[in-house]
Design a protein around this ligand. Structure first.
Ligand code: PEP
Length: 256
């Protein structure tokens, strides 16, 4: 099954209105129309509106988080309904920085995944093991527990409407990239486990790799059979670096 590559830029808590305007101007100049792969960016909440209004049509926009609640007395949170209303297409759930710094556990992440779907946003479920878990050979167990929690909450059919991003925590923002073989091993594991639930969904769902991905390693990573693009942090913060990754996706998407 041919899965369209996705190059997604997570800008984290970076940028300013000037940064957003310059990035969107560069995207409009540098990103050709009619590309055969998907591109998305994830700015902070307060920059979403600017991105949505200035982005090229072929670029999707998403938030980095959403509330597990519909509305109410939850100061400082933003709901799925509000993001949808603004024009967002997607949302990240369970990024490791939120799991670690905001104590988001698997149950909360699963509720957020459900909220995203409820409001028509495509969730990107971020999963990944810590360095300690990898060293103690707990990678598969840790990653699968994160995915199983979402299946328990929404079921396999709804999981299949989202995207999974495998992001080994030890590779995020460290400059230490998983080798393409290490990435493929985990992606293949995820797909084979999903196939035990539903073979069609397992073959259809996109699984991105994230963790120090850049222009120089994107081709090797994205050419792995079970890697369907990347979630990019640091290298999404300049148009040149991000487009260097998009170019690799473009090469791999020729003739697809
Ligand atoms: C991320 O935070 O999702 C990420 C992959 O970051 P980086 O590319 O900087 O490792």
């Amino acid at each position: 099954m041919n899965r369209k590559l996705l190059v997604a830029g997570n800008w984290k808590m970076h940028g300013s209105l000037t940064f957003v305007r310059e990035m969107m101007a560069d995207f409009n100049t540098m990103l050709p129309v009619g590309i055969n792969y998907d591109v998305a960016v994830f700015p902070v909440y307060i920059h979403l509106y600017e991105v949505i209004n200035k982005k090229p049509e072929q670029v999707m926009c998403g938030a980095q988080n959403l509330s597990e609640y519909d509305d109410g007395a939850v100061t400082g949170e933003v709901s799925g309904g509000m993001l949808s209303d603004l024009g967002c297409d997607m949302v990240l759930v369970g990024h490791s920085e939120r799991r670690i710094k905001n104590n988001e556990d698997n149950t909360e992440v699963a509720k957020k995944f459900a909220q995203a779907l409820k409001y028509g946003l495509q969730p990107i479920l971020c999963v990944g093991e810590s360095a300690v878990q990898r060293q103690s050979e707990q990678t598969f167990t840790a990653v699968w527990a994160q995915i199983q929690a979402v299946i328990d909450e929404v079921g396999i059919e709804k999981l299949g409407r989202g995207i999974i991003a495998y992001e080994p925590v030890w590779a995020i923002g460290t400059g230490e990239t998983a080798t393409s073989e290490q990435a493929q091993e985990v992606h293949q594991f995820i797909r084979s486990q999903l196939a035990l639930n539903d073979d069609t969904i397992a073959r259809r769902i996109r699984i991105l790799y994230g963790g120090s991905c850049k222009g120089s390693n994107a081709y090797e990573l994205f050419s792995m059979p079970d890697v369907d693009g990347g979630l990019i942090g640091g290298a999404s913060l300049t148009a040149q670096d991000f487009m260097a990754i998009c170019q690799q996706a473009d090469i791999l998407s020729q003739g697809v």
